[in-house]
Design a protein around this ligand. Structure first.
Ligand code: IMP
Ligand code: MG
Length: 176
């Protein structure tokens, strides 16, 4: 049998759900009169984006993108490859990137600069989790759910070796 990781609950399910509803209401108020194009960063952002968009009261459209970041081991390097690009043209549209976590900032600083070259009307970033202690590249985070400590986080889209994305709470892996 495969060894199971020890995971402790960092943010319980009801708190995550309440925060996502709060974020959705805030974003809807701030974008009154606009149609927002949500760009989900796969795979981690999918859980957060579907939940977030359900509670938004302005018109939204959705798109998906997949990125891979080359680095040594677990550290992202800032060299980012687009493995699945958007299907839609974003020129002139109000865009919001929806991500699971901003850690070093390498991935998103690259992505935001790249999206800007496609001339959207605006680009914002909304992340469920923010780990500012680990930031290497500056990224403007317009909306976030929670600040998390420098621990290895799983659940609500975040994986450890592709597992645990489906946990309905935010957990931290205890490495003994
Ligand atoms: P970056 O370091 O900000 O470029 O983050 C790159 C990606 O690493 C994030 O989008 C996550 O998918 C992943 N990541 C960063 N921190 C964690 C973590 O604590 N748990 C699981 N995945 C993480
Ligand atoms: Mg990710």
């Amino acid at each position: 049998m495969e060894k199971k990781a020890n995971i402790s609950v960092l943010i319980p399910q009801d708190e995550v759900e309440a925060k996502i509803r709060e974020l959705a209401e805030q974003i809807s108020r701030d974008h009154e009169g606009e149609t927002l194009h949500l760009i989900c960063i796969l795979k981690g952002g999918a859980y957060f984006m579907t939940e977030l968009s359900k509670y938004m009261t302005i018109p939204v459209t959705v798109g998906f993108m997949s990125l891979s970041s080359y680095g040594s081991g677990t550290e992202s390097s800032g060299i980012v490859k687009i493995t699945k690009d958007l299907d839609d043209n974003i020129e002139g549209r109000h865009v919001m990137v929806v991500e699971d976590i901003i850690d070093t900032g390498n991935t998103l600083s690259y992505l935001i600069d790249m999206l800007k070259t496609r001339k959207p009307a605006s680009v914002e970033l909304c992340t469920l989790l923010n780990k500012p202690e680990r930031r290497v590249k500056e990224v403007q985070v317009d909306y976030y759910g929670f600040i998390v400590p420098d621990k290895f986080i799983v659940g609500y889209g975040l994986d450890w070796d592709q597992k645990y994305r489906n946990l309905p709470y935010i957990g931290a892996v205890d490495f003994e």
